[in-house]
Design a protein around this ligand. Structure first.
Ligand code: 7TS
Length: 417
């Protein structure tokens, strides 16, 4: 197979990311295939951060002077942009957090401690990132609720045969939209209505979907949707939680302090309105503004295009990987191109994935190796670890070829025939 060179749109996108023009220590082009861990940042996002810090750095929601008002407006504009990006009905339903992990913890502490009791159940899946698993284990322990798992098959696809049984007594379903280890796209269109039919609410961990495909929380009918800015071209330390207003209104604050209050006396406190009730203390103002710029950038590209681009790259990568199948390259995850997003997990013969990643690094190719924060999944599948390549909007078929060349090199280092 021959790689198609990047077209004009892709060349322009690549040029938007200054890091992609840098060389590695060995003088190689950087082939970044670890965007599921964190994405690279376009210049417009970097500029938004610099502009805030150099022109209008001030705290928000308090000062009456010019730069404080400008900072507050920029922060709240960013909220509106992110809300629109996932088609949330109102900006007030969009809470800024540090990222998906904090968003999930907000729900487990605030909604979970208030609503769960012994005899209730929480349903998640065997595919989850630790961030969407450990908070529920802790909550189950604290409330006496039971934690159950939707099983996955050997390809990492959800097995729904026993869904009705699993849903009995369930108050909350928490599952990832896209698996960070295998790229599996969850059948939310089946699971969410069935969960609602038994009166359960649904939290969607969108850490890996928001960056890669159009997301419409109203069409999904998700009750909560969590994501991280740093995986979608935004800065680190900023993310968001969308929640339906009726649920958020009834939930107690997660953290207490400044900004989340309406009135405080020595006797007690009246909490602020949504969304500020859940935003105690000075938030990541620069981060939110940067995330607003990231969302503008993504919308400018069109998320349908992003998904189509990644799907086509994945098809090319799967085809190229097939060439090494006879030499012991094993690809995990769903084979149906419509059920898999931007991630390919694999092992090459008995070479340890960390050794593979190190050899690829000498060629400038950055991939991740390990358990990808899904230790129970790895144990279930019987894989000590996998190598993982994840693609994003700035990757090209030439990047896939560079990965293949690196794997060929590994094969010769390890004498694989
Ligand atoms: N949920 C999923 C599905 C994720 O992939 C991740 C991070 C998180 C939650 C947590 O996100 P955070 O921004 O709060 O840390 N996933 C990965 C990964 O695959 N490699 O590094 C981080």
């Amino acid at each position: 197979m021959i790689a198609s060179p990047p077209d004009l749109k892709l060349r322009r996108i690549i040029a938007d990311f200054p890091i992609l023009a840098k060389r590695t220590r060995r003088g190689k082009r950087l082939i970044y295939l670890d965007s599921a861990a964190t994405s690279q940042k376009p210049q417009v996002v970097i500029d938004a951060l610099v502009e805030y810090y150099s022109s209008y750095n001030a705290n928000i929601h308090r000062g009456v002077y010019e730069i404080a008002e400008r900072a507050t407006t920029a922060f709240e504009d960013a909220r509106a942009k992110v809300a629109a990006f996932i088609n949330a009905p109102q900006s007030a339903e969009l809470i800024f957090t540090r990222g998906a992990t904090e968003s999930i913890n907000l729900v487990s502490h605030s909604w979970g401690l208030q609503n769960l009791k012994p005899g209730d159940a929480i349903l998640t899946t065997q595919l989850e990132h630790h961030s969407n698993l450990v908070p529920w284990q802790v909550l189950a322990e604290r409330t006496g609720a039971q934690l159950r798992y939707i099983p996955v098959d050997g390809r990492g696809e959800h097995v729904l045969d026993k869904l009705d049984e699993l849903l009995s007594g369930v108050k909350l379903v928490a599952l990832s939209h896209v698996s960070n280890s295998l790229g599996t796209i969850a059948p939310l269109e089946i699971i969410i209505p069935r969960a609602h039919a038994v009166g359960a609410i649904v939290l969607v961990d969108g850490a890996q979907s928001a960056p890669n495909m159009p997301v419409d929380v109203q069409a999904l009918d998700a009750d909560f949707f969590a994501a991280s800015g740093h995986k979608m071209c935004g800065p680190t330390g900023i993310g968001f939680l969308y929640g339906k207003r009726a649920l958020l209104e009834k939930m107690p604050p997660f953290l207490a302090g400044g900004d989340m209050i309406k009135k405080v006396t020595y006797e007690g406190t009246t909490f602020n309105e949504l969304p500020w009730k859940f935003e105690a203390g000075t938030g990541n103002v620069a981060g939110a503004i940067g995330l607003g710029a990231a969302v503008d950038y993504l919308q400018g590209l069109d998320m349908e295009w992003v998904r189509a681009h990644e799907r086509s790259l994945m098809c090319y990568a799967f085809a190229r990987f097939d060439e090494l199948a006879t030499r012991g390259l094993q690809v995990y995850g769903p084979h149906d191109r419509d059920r898999v997003a931007d991630v390919i997990s694999f092992n090459f013969s008995d070479v340890h994935p960390h050794d593979l990643a190190s050899i690829l690094d000498t060629e400038g190719v950055a991939i991740r190796a390990g358990h990808h924060c899904t230790m129970p999944l790895m144990e279930k599948m019987g894989w000590p670890a996998t190598a993982r390549a994840s693609f994003y909007l700035y990757n090209s078929e030439e990047d896939v070829d560079a990965l293949m060349d690196g794997l060929e090199k590994a094969a010769s280092v390890f004498n694989l025939r």
